[in-house]
Design a protein around this ligand. Structure first.
Ligand code: SF4
Length: 340
């Protein structure tokens, strides 16, 4: 396991073992529930979850050295208490959103640390995170980082944009060249999964009265965000799968969202009927979703109504889960319709 100091734990609090860390710092959970001076940490923990639930990244300037001594309890403990509140609330959709927001927050630090302009130790630490968490051996090469092709392919499979295709990358001697930003972006999904897995596998702690009001609010918040959509048997498997991904609070790629939106619009559903489907997505923002659906429907933008992509295109994006009933159709819109 990675060993870390003050700076690292503020940037990457998910590396700490919550219960053990509190103990090592001389605190018990009961103190957070009873000591009025520690209430600010519980409040901050709640805000951290609330901000993640709205698709925002919790913002804190770690580099503010004047605040260094006091930053440790507030910033690290607020993360750890947030985990306690999430465990007590038991809302899966909140855990997914929180994990993604914390992964995106950590990305900023990882990228800065990888560049390591002023601090070689930071660079080494970031490199070690890649190795220990994602089993990627990342090496510096001028202004770039290189990773073995096999590692690249394993992680790039989650991206469908052309720039991530191996053919469009600079490759030398079996190594793929990436900018610091791309190196970090490549692992966002895994980092989010890592944080989510740690939260889900943590033991649910004893509850205290002072937590209960916040936990009740979180349950309410989680329920509002959770939408279970009934999947029509008339939908093709690619569409059913995309809806399942969203129902599970997992991330659906950009091309997956495009496919789903255009298919449902093509089947005559309205934007108001489709938009709630996306509510479970970890990065859901109502305004963005409505904006994108309006663009697809031709209501705004170029006034062009976008068509559902072809099966070939969907296959090339790894979103096809063909079954015999697909029977050589060339577009999901044809699924279930009588063929001539
Ligand atoms: S063959 Fe077409 S309709 Fe069937 S799952 Fe694949 S993309 Fe969807």
């Amino acid at each position: 396991m990675i060993s870390f100091g003050h700076d690292e734990i503020v940037k990457y609090p998910f590396l700490a073992e919550a219960g053990q860390y509190l103990k090592d710092q001389g605190f018990t959970l009961e103190q957070f529930a009873t000591d009025p001076d520690l209430q600010i940490i519980v409040d901050r923990a709640y805000e951290r979850i609330e901000s993640a639930s709205q698709g925002n990244i919790y913002n804190y300037k770690v580099d503010d050295s004047s605040n260094k001594d006091s930053s440790l309890p507030l910033e690290v403990f607020s993360f750890l208490i947030a985990i306690i509140l999430l465990k007590l609330a038991g809302m899966n959709t909140l855990v997914s959103r929180f994990s993604l927001a914390e992964a995106r927050r950590a990305e900023r630090f990882l990228e800065k640390d990888l560049v390591g302009k002023s601090n070689k130790t930071n660079e080494e630490f970031a490199t070690k995170i890649f190795l220990d968490l994602f089993s990627i051996k990342i090496k510096k090469n001028g202004d770039y980082f290189t990773i073995p092709i096999a590692d690249y392919l394993k992680h790039a499979v989650h991206f469908h944009e052309l720039e991530w295709k191996l053919i469009n990358r600079h490759v030398e001697n079996g190594m793929v060249f990436l900018t610091p930003h791309e190196s970090v972006r490549l692992t966002r999904k895994q980092l989010g999964n890592y944080i989510g897995t740690r939260i889900r596998s943590a033991q649910t702690p004893e509850s205290f009265q002072v937590f209960e009001e916040k936990v009740a609010k979180l349950v309410k918040m989680g329920k509002k965000l959770t939408v279970t959509t009934t999947i029509s048997t008339e939908f093709p498997p690619c569409i059913k799968r995309a809806i399942e991904v969203l129902n599970n609070g997992e991330n659906l790629s950009h091309s997956g969202r495009f496919m789903l939106g255009t298919f449902l619009l093509g089947r005559g559903q309205t934007i108001e009927q489709i938009a709630p489907l996306f509510k479970n997505a970890p990065d859901y923002k109502e305004r963005t979703t409505l904006y994108q659906l309006k663009q697809l429907s031709g209501e705004t933008g170029s006034n062009t109504k976008y068509a559902c992509p072809s099966c070939d295109k969907i296959k090339s994006n790894d979103l096809c889960f063909a079954i015999p009933e697909c029977d050589n159709i060339i577009n999901p819109m044809q699924f279930g319709k009588k063929r001539l």
